[in-house]
Write a protein that binds this ligand. Structure first.
Ligand code: UD1
Ligand code: PEP
Length: 442
């Protein structure tokens, strides 16, 4: 049922919020279970999200047994019936493309639909393909599908990534686990989710060293078997609730947040005047004084995460002074700006830079989420706005936040999710698509 979120702003929040497992860790980990030709994998703390259901469906479409209950996923990948992932599934979520590496290296063949260009940028996959080719795969593109084949086994290679791509690092790392010899990934992405994936692969029997640094070394092994793994907490979900505390001038405890994964977010928020106390179980975040604007530039980890850029922009809107936000990771990730402007925000975009003028009272409005984090940022802005905000486009938010309405309501927010009226549904049809139609290779 299509629905909308209605927020009446101005409420203080208090209490504790539990952070779920990381979406961006669990997706590659589920894809990696394809590599287990013996035994079964059990993946704990798998967040109940639409994206997780999609990747599970991709695995099932390959003939793999997947059972998802109580935030744990059991995967039996002993038998694989087909090596093809269809457009219907891959178009729903780019991360489905992460099944390419595991399938190719285990089965010698994979045919995966090209992932569509997401709303936040063109998002090519050239670095993934460059890695597979360097390892000896033959890659062909036809009818919207990428088909990769190998004769015998993939061969270890030295691969320099032109951009420190998270997805390419993961896909190549997975492919290299069963390759002949040693693979070196240079200029590898260093995100915590890469480390989590490497830990899982090593538990399956892989030999990976250096994950979390710019140089990852993978010594190929004969076979991998299922393993038990617990997914790391979602640093982006945690960061989003940290901003919820600050934007409402409240005091929240973010249970399960790992401070080390959130360094750039913590330090920027502290620079603004937000108080943050760390302990081994999470973070206490409170804001009891006026906030100052700061400049923010997104960068690959350990820089400020692009997945927190829109939420941070919402916080800058309630700070004193002007902040400059520079997005260097994706070329089109300011789609929340127009929606925020409907809420009386003053933001000027020029290319990859947004100049955010703080201090204007935000006003409730009807807005639409163009993508996942844009949606989260609109909810955050709504918590601080005068009057009611109605947010549609919730299919994006449901990709990445477990029960965000319920979690915020439990903290004291005036927020509810209600079904869309028929007339609004017609308007929704004209809203932004989940993915742009044009797929891109390079
Ligand atoms: C499921 C998942 O984990 N998603 C995250 C992952 O996405 P994803 O893995 O897609 O992001 P990448 O790190 O690959 O993309 C970063 C940049 O590299 C470019 N690029 C990427 C691959 C490639 O072959 N060629 C190329 O040019 C992209 O267009 C983009 O500009 O990391 C992003 C960057 O932290 C996050 O925003 C996403 O939330
Ligand atoms: C952009 C994101 O995800 P994806 O790469 O799956 O689109 C995100 O998590 O913010």
């Amino acid at each position: 049922m299509m629905s909308k979120i209605i927020v009446r702003g101005g409420k203080k929040l208090s209490g504790r919020v539990r952070i779920h497992g990381a979406k961006n860790a669990v997706l590659p980990i589920i894809a990696a279970s394809i590599l287990g030709s013996e035994g079964e994998s059990v993946i704990h703390d798998a967040p109940p999200l639409d994206d997780v259901n999609v990747i599970n469906k991709v695995l099932e479409s390959l003939g793999i047994e997947v059972e998802y209950k109580d935030e744990s996923i059991r995967v039996n990948a002993r038998r694989i019936q087909t090596c093809e992932a269809s457009y219907e599934l891959v178009r729903k979520m780019r991360a489905s493309f992460l099944v390419m590496g595991p399938l190719l290296t285990r089965m010698g063949h994979a045919r995966i639909s090209l992932p569509g260009g997401c709303a936040i940028g063109t998002r090519p996959i050239d670095q993934h393909l460059k890695g597979f080719e360097a390892m000896g795969a033959n890659i062909e593109l036809g009818q919207g599908y990428i088909e990769a084949r190998i004769n015998g086994k993939l061969k270890g290679a030295k691969i320099y990534l032109d951009v420190a791509s998270v997805g390419a690092t993961e896909n190549i790392m997975m492919a290299a686990t069963l390759a002949e010899g040693t693979t070196l990934i240079e200029n590898a992405a260093k995100e915590p989710e890469i480390v989590d994936l490497a830990n899982y692969l090593n538990a399956m029997g892989a030999k990976i060293r250096g994950a979390g640094t710019g140089l990852i070394r993978i010594d190929g092994v004969e076979r991998l078997k299922g393993a038990v793994h617990t997914v790391i907490p979602d640093r982006i979900e945690a960061g989003t609730y940290m901003i919820a505390a600050a934007i409402t001038r409240s005091d929240l405890y973010i249970e399960g947040a790992i401070a080390d994964h959130l360094r750039p977010v913590i330090s920027k928020m502290q620079e603004m005047g937000v108080q943050i106390n760390e302990d081994e179980n999470g973070l206490r975040v409170y804001a009891d004084r006026p906030l100052r604007s700061v400049d923010v530039k997104t960068l690959p980890y350990p820089g400020f995460p692009t997945d927190m850029q829109s939420q941070m922009m919402a916080l800058l809107l309630v700070a004193e002074g002007t902040g400059i936000v520079t997005e260097t990771v994706f070329e089109n990730r300011f789609m929340h700006v127009e929606q925020m402007a409907n809420m009386n925000a003053q933001i000027k975009v020029e290319g990859r830079t947004a100049v955010v003028s703080g201090g204007n009272r935000l006003k409730g409005a009807k807005v639409c989420a163009s993508d996942l984090r844009a949606g989260a940022a609109l909810i955050l802005a709504a918590l601080a706005a005068d009057g009611d905000t109605e947010i549609t486009g919730l299919q994006h938010i449901d990709r990445g936040y477990v029960n965000i309405t319920e979690k915020l309501a439990l903290l004291g927010a005036d927020i509810q999710r209600v079904p869309l009226e028929v007339i609004e549904l017609e308007e929704e049809d004209d809203a932004l698509p989940l993915f742009a139609v044009q797929p891109s290779l390079a």
